[in-house]
Design a binder for this molecule. Structure first.
Ligand SMILES: Cc1ncc(COP(=O)(O)O)c(C=O)c1O
Length: 377
């Protein structure tokens, strides 16, 4: 466990982001995606706060394991949990959880649909269907729509609890053919269900990228993940036109554990990377053991108005950052050093430089970095 390095999670900001999102999608229900441990921020505290303080009623996770820990850690709470991919209907322990813990599985292939509809135990399981409208990953195939509808009707089902699809390219322009095609295929699927007398109680398409572009808002639900944690998800050239102006809920803060002057030609750290200039080397208490990857070498980070560069090989426990000589007067051992903070630009700039995405920066932080929660942190 880290001694002082922390991921501070400001729940006031989560609340502000949620209010901003609600203003973007008036009248729509929000299914908050909290998979991968709440995008690295801690699923349990976020769901607890989201449900009890913000009134969010529905949450999305990827695996039955995540759903199980939500039910175990937050017993008796009335929120709904959707599980999107890692379900295993046929396994007894999974079946038990689905039936006894009110967990909602998203069905994304014909075999699982057939199984659910044929099993007596699942007679009252709400039908949540995800269609593959062009992502070509998971999802029921629209080419089997007729067969799917007939099967559902033949088992006496009269309604679909939630019909959904997922965009492959929502971070690209919404005018993009792929996005337009997916939305149009989804509409056709909905119409077919309705034409066959099957009621659709809920439907959703939009994730962050679509929401940032005011797209696919006509369904009953939206399914945001990233934007509620703060960052815009659109590709750089579209960011300026994004409708999202949330703040980053977290701040990754580490400490300076050493500062020393270096000369051009000095070998530094593992691999003995040669210093290209005279300057100031700052060692921070963050390394790949915390999720700060060796691939971040060369990325620039700002500190008190000075630009430094991740220098040489990132270590397991620490990282060298090279500053120009003039930074020396402003840098002291023991002071805090932010990798990202609540500002959009800082994390997006870092993810652009490191060819990562904010999703990944959040998720790859290891459990060695304690998450600290609070209001106005
Ligand atoms: C099915 C589904 N819906 C919604 C989301 C949320 O996406 P985002 O974090 O881009 O808003 C995800 C995330 O990958 C997802 O898999």
């Amino acid at each position: 466990m880290r001694f002082r390095t922390r991921l501070y999670v400001n729940l006031d900001i989560l609340s502000d982001n949620y209010q901003k999102l609600k203003a973007l999608v008036p009248g729509r229900e929000i299914l908050f995606m909290v998979k991968a441990d709440g995008y690295g921020h801690g699923m349990i505290p976020l769901v607890n706060f989201g449900h009890n303080e913000l009134g969010i009623k529905e949450f999305g996770v990827a695996t039955m394991g995540e759903a199980k820990s939500l039910r175990e850690e937050l017993p008796g709470q009335k929120f709904e949990i959707y599980v999107f991919s890692d379900i295993h209907f046929q396994i007894e322990s999974s079946k038990e959880l689905l039936l006894n813990q009110r967990i909602l599985p998203v069905i994304s292939n014909f075999r699982d649909l057939d199984y659910v509809l044929s099993e007596k135990d699942f007679k009252y399981l709400p039908l949540i269907l995800k269609f593959n409208t062009g992502m070509n990953r998971l999802g029921l195939s629209p080419s089997r729509l007729e067969e799917i509808i007939n099967l559902i009707k033949s088992k006496g089902r009269k309604s679909i609890y939630h019909l959904m699809t997922h965009f492959s390219s929502a971070s690209l322009a919404i005018t993009n053919n792929q996005n337009q095609r997916q939305a149009s295929v989804f509409k056709q699927i909905k119409t077919e269900f309705e034409n066959h007398g099957l009621n659709i109680e809920r439907s959703s398409m939009a994730n962050s990228g679509a929401l940032e572009q005011n797209f696919a808002l006509e369904e009953t639900h939206v399914r945001p993940g990233l934007m509620l944690y703060g960052p815009k998800s659109l590709i750089p050239k579209l960011r300026e036109d994004s409708h999202w102006d949330g703040q980053i809920v977290s701040r990754l803060e580490t400490y300076i554990i050493s500062v020393f002057e270096v000369n051009k030609g000095d070998p530094i750290g593992y691999g003995a990377t040669i210093c290209p200039q005279d300057g100031v080397m700052v060692i921070i208490a963050l390394g790949y053991g915390d999720g700060f990857s060796t691939r971040f070498e060369g990325a620039e980070l700002e500190y008190r108005g000075h630009m430094g560069k991740v220098f040489g090989r990132v270590n397991m426990d620490m990282t060298q950052i090279l500053f120009k000589q003039e930074a020396l007067k402003d840098i002291r051992v023991g002071e805090k050093f932010e990798i990202w903070n609540h500002n959009q630009d800082k994390i997006l700039n870092f993810s652009d430089q490191t060819k990562t995405i904010p999703y990944e920066l959040f998720c790859q932080l290891t459990s060695r970095v304690p998450r600290v929660y609070g209001l106005e942190l």
